[in-house]
Design a protein around this ligand. Sequence first.
Ligand code: MLT
Length: 263
Amino acid sequence: MRFTTHHVTFEYDDVGNGVPLLLIHGYPLDRSLWRSQIEGLQAVARLIAPDLRGFGQSGDAPDVMTMDDYAADLKVLLDALNVKQAVVCGLSMGGYIALALLAKHPNMVKGLILANTRAGADSEQAREARHANAKKAFAEGVSPIAEAMLPKMLTDATRESRPSLATFVQAMMSKQRANGVAAALRGMAARPDRSDWIKSINIPTLIVTGSADTLIPPGESEAMHKAIPGSKLVVIPEVAHLSNIENPEAFNAAVREFLGRLK
Ligand code: MLT
């Protein structure tokens, strides 16, 4: 589906019945990240999965997209769909954005699912690497960035035993535009540290990660679990950064159980 505002076009999926569940993809990905959730959860939720600005089939981004900028786009989309409140699920950068959306529009968020993400900001070294990668995206294209990331997205065992899944993830990353990738990198570098702020979260929260996530290690999820009162932590064994796609059955079961408890 397509929605245009402020001269920016957003492409999104809107399928299923039940509580609205906003699915926010990570970097450098697009809404096809959520294909197994669209398939497996549409009987229990209304799944709204947009391509973030600069990614997938959505319009181009400005030089920088802060987490607040993405959150503002999502608010506009939810308003256009007349969705007053949603469960918000973000993976990795999508989690940074979910926290920004909750901070800005607490009444819109009925529950929070934080997948393979963290609350902290970047170190100085990480920031420098992001800015270097933003330049690289324009100079060399997105493919080398995608190639370097693939081993962190799925475990070695999964890449070997399910080559078509590895190809799918590699293709999803490689086809992203330098413009969107650079804007996201600069935006992530500028994101605030929310490690203390998350202690004030007072809505139902599910934290999901993979035991073999080396990009954002499970310790980050454990720290968020300790900080967010009443949160639930699910660590899926033997999966890496894209836990929702590497073990969709376990991921969807955790989400289904969480949604069931929200009623
Ligand atoms: C993501 O998967 O969204 C990003 O790799 C997260 C990050 O780089 O911090």
